[in-house]
Design a protein around this ligand. Structure first.
Ligand code: PEP
Ligand code: MG
Length: 568
């Protein structure tokens, strides 16, 4: 009987196959008091940590994702605070090692999960994962995993841990669906990187599906079809076949230069937050990096990263890219992104408050440290620097003054850097759109940040579900802003890119090409698709299409034109 269950798309794609119900062994840990001394429990605890660490060290990672989860777990396990807190509980409360360990892991997870910062919040799942694996070792139990499966299946579970997901048998797991988890959860990110279709937040899927049920997972639509009829299966078999053909075709396109049929070369680059993302982006065919979100370097640390720490990362990226561009954005913190080691003032409107460049200007040492690291890295490749959240010409002038004086220091110190390094700005505020003509004269390039630009133009918070229906980059106001910005850049002889999420929307590619966009900085998975669309387009026809859209004046008309456009 056909049942249709809904979930959140953690990773897009489609799959068909039998259900495999997966659940970890549930351990019941009771609070038992230790008679006599606690040495034996302390010893058991230590040896569990040691043997888990040993196991991780000897793990042969067959993919980068698994390697990064293993690495993250090794770092958390090696943090003395973890074992010291658990040991303290054993000594103070005279409880067994298993109880102390579970309490500590839960506490640390809860502490991380209470933080505002979404990235750090996700670390909570890692603590729970590690805690559970340590408990299996302590209790001598095989908790089970998905690393060796006998047949193709769609995994159904209440929740998957990061280690379950990263070690799953990719030859047989066609997709998965979980009761718990959010779209930005660690597990979702891993599924995207491994390219496995996945749904999360399904609430009751683990109760509604039975082992061996016939499933269709349509992660694009957020649907799981249970025991579908023959006709539905036939339709999906065709859809999956078409997708696979398209994927094989795109695989051949990904390393080509993106040039329109009438000869305009378009840069198709990628957005990254660290060196792992860069590797992934290059593997997927990116011509460089159009946005390095440096705030992740700050958010993953427990201190402001030093010049040397930053330089190591920027230099590695620049060297890896050679002459391909590496656009490094200066720190964009504040708004929804905080730092565990820095007290942000409580603000009524954080997105309109102390954020991005404003913070960099108020903390001159932080800005200087970062700019020095970026300039030093510029000696190793094609590095460009750009500034977030600009609202005035004065801000560019201020930044340039500071950059000039940092350059002078480096010259005095005999440290090499690229004297001609380009300095650009993000266009993501209405102010910057309105004065784009002026701004273009004072910087080398624009990169349009549609995530923020859309929220500021439409006065609709980008993270608020209640106004998600208003937040829409196809609104004529946003499209006309984009066109005005591109024209302003070109009028001053500068180039204009886009690094906001709109650049990754393949339905918008043709229209943006027609508006004159020179560079698309997209998520790794969209590189080949955007290149393919550029290769298939003629600029003059794309221009005519963009003009029609810009004249439409209403969202429904725009969306109709976009939906009817065959080039997408
Ligand atoms: C944007 O606002 O579009 C952008 C790319 O910056 P972020 O998403 O990091 O705010
Ligand atoms: Mg932004």
């Amino acid at each position: 009987m056909l049942k249709e269950l809904k979930g959140l798309t953690a990773s897009p794609g489609m799959a068909m196959g039998p259900a495999k119900i997966y659940s970890k062994v549930d351990l019941t840990i009771t609070k038992e008091m230790v008679e006599g001394g606690t040495e034996k429990e302390l010893e058991r605890l230590k040896s569990a940590f040691d043997s888990y660490l040993e196991k991780l060290k000897s793990t042969e990672s067959d993919n980068e994702v698994q390697a990064s989860v293993t690495q993250a777990h090794m770092e958390l396990l090696s943090d003395p605070y973890f074992i010291e807190t658990a040991s303290g509980l054993i000594k103070d409360e005279k409880v067994g090692a298993s109880w102390a360990l579970r309490e500590t892991a839960n506490q640390m997870a809860a502490m991380m999960e209470s933080l505002d910062d979404p990235y750090l919040r996700e670390r909570g799942a890692d603590y729970r994962d590690i805690g559970q694996n340590l408990l299996y070792i302590l209790e001598g139990v095989d908790g089970g995993d998905l690393s060796h499966l006998d047949e193709d299946c769609i995994v159904i579970s209440s929740e998957l841990t990061p280690s379950d997901t990263s070690t799953m048998d990719r030859a047989h797991v066609l997709g998965f669906a979980n009761d718990l988890g959010g779209k930005t959860s660690h597990v979702a990110i891993i599924a995207q990187t491994l390219d496995i279709p996945a749904l999360v937040g399904m609430k009751t899927v683990s109760q509604e599906v039975e082992e061996g049920d016939d499933l269709i997972l349509d992660a694009d639509q957020g649907l799981l079809l249970v025991n579908p009829d023959k006709e539905t299966k036939k339709v999906y078999r065709e859809k999956i076949h078409d997708r696979e053909e398209e994927r094989a075709r795109l695989e051949k396109v990904k390393d080509k230069e993106a040039v329109t049929k009438d000869g305009k070369k378009i840069e198709v680059v990628c957005n990254v937050g660290n060196l792992e993302d860069l590797k992934e982006g290059l593997k997927r065919g990116a011509d460089g990096v159009g946005l390095f979100r440096t705030e992740f370097l700050y958010m993953e640390n427990d201190h402001f990263p030093s010049e040397e720490e930053q330089f190591q990362v920027y230099q590695a990226a620049a060297s890896r890219l050679g002459q391909s561009p590496l656009l490094i954005r200066t720190l964009d913190i504040g708004g929804d992104k905080s730092l565990s080691y820095f007290d942000f003032p409580k603000e009524d409107n954080p997105f309109l408050g102390w954020r991005a460049l404003r913070i960099s200007f108020d903390l001159p040492e932080v800005f200087e440290t970062q700019v020095r690291a970026i300039l030093r890295a510029s000696a190793f490749g094609n590095v460009k620097l750009f500034l977030p959240m600009v609202v005035s010409v004065d801000e560019i002038l201020e930044a340039q003054d500071r950059i000039a004086s940092i350059k002078e220091d480096l010259r005095q110190e005999g440290i090499p850097f690229n004297e001609e390094m380009e300095v650009g700005i993000m266009i993501e505020t209405p102010a910057s759109v309105l004065i784009a003509d002026d701004l273009a004269r004072y910087c080398d390039f624009f990169s349009i940040g549609t995530n923020d630009l859309t929220q500021y133009i439409l006065a609709a918070d980008r993270g608020n579900d209640k106004v998600a229906g208003i937040y829409n980059s196809y609104q004529p106001s946003v499209l006309r802003a984009i066109k005005k910005v591109i024209d302003a850049a070109h009028g001053a002889g500068k180039w204009c890119g886009m690094c906001g999420g709109f650049a990754s929307d393949h339905r918008a590619t043709y229209m943006l090409l027609g508006m004159g966009l020179d560079e698309f900085s997209v998520v790794g998975s969209q590189v080949a698709k955007v290149k393919d669309l550029v290769l298939g387009a003629r600029l003059d026809s794309a221009q005519a299409f963009a003009e029609k859209i810009l004249a439409a004046g209403r969202l429904d008309k725009v969306e109709k034109l976009v939906a009817e456009n065959p080039i997408q």
